[in-house]
Ligand binder design. Sequence first.
Ligand code: PEP
Ligand code: MN
Length: 272
Amino acid sequence: MIATLQTEAATHTRAVAIGKGIAIGGDAVVLMVGPCAVEDEAQLRAIAEAMVAHGLRVMRGGAFKPRTSPYAFQGLGLEGLKLLRRIADEYDLLVVTEALGVEHVPLVAEYADVIQIGSRNMQHFPLLWAVGELDKPVLLKRGFMSTVREWLLAAEHIRSRGNERIILCERGIRTFETATRNTLDTNAIALVKATTSFPVIGDPSHATGRADLVIPAARAALAAGADGLLVEVHPHPLQALSDGEQALPLEQLPQLVEAARRIAAALGRTVQ
Ligand code: PEP
Ligand code: MN
């Protein structure tokens, strides 16, 4: 049991290595892009090719999806994990994917380089303990109705089991505002950077819920100090099986990368 809160041990960011020479929280801001849900090989291949063309190395994609409706597409499950891993290996990419329940942790750990804990699961303590036992980086999304303190304490639940490779992800919170899906809490990004040693990334996709706001919100997250971005992209957003409204069309990936490069450069950072 680690008794010291990271919040009390405020220091500079401690980078988390995720593989292939890539670390979150170092000089480079890391763009993690991919579909909301893994759908098929053609979708992943199109995204992987665009990623390689822009020097991006980390692919996201859900195989087990936490959908609000039980009647919505729930993800391809194991088949999705296998597909993600196969395409990522072919293009020399790293994989970020979600573990939805404790029972999925060993399986997801086998296929993923970074295990994502979703917003709805931020306080699913047995799940936090399970990933806390692993020797694998964990991307901990902020609960959309959780305070920063609750988020950091959730990270402590992981850390208390021995796994210190934690990357926080601000993905927007529910506020009185309904014009956007959520509200990107850039304060939280700045606060976490100022008071903890956890790296933090921003998710402009779930924060806004609108493809046309993804790039501006991505810029805001980076300007606030985010160490990276998690962005949903799709080759055919209108046909996406989940979160199509917020999927950045693949042809806009160059604009995202360029926007990130400009903000990063202003902060003395690079983009990976
Ligand atoms: C996702 O990243 O696809 C996702 C389900 O995100 P969140 O848990 O933030 O809603
Ligand atoms: Mn999504």
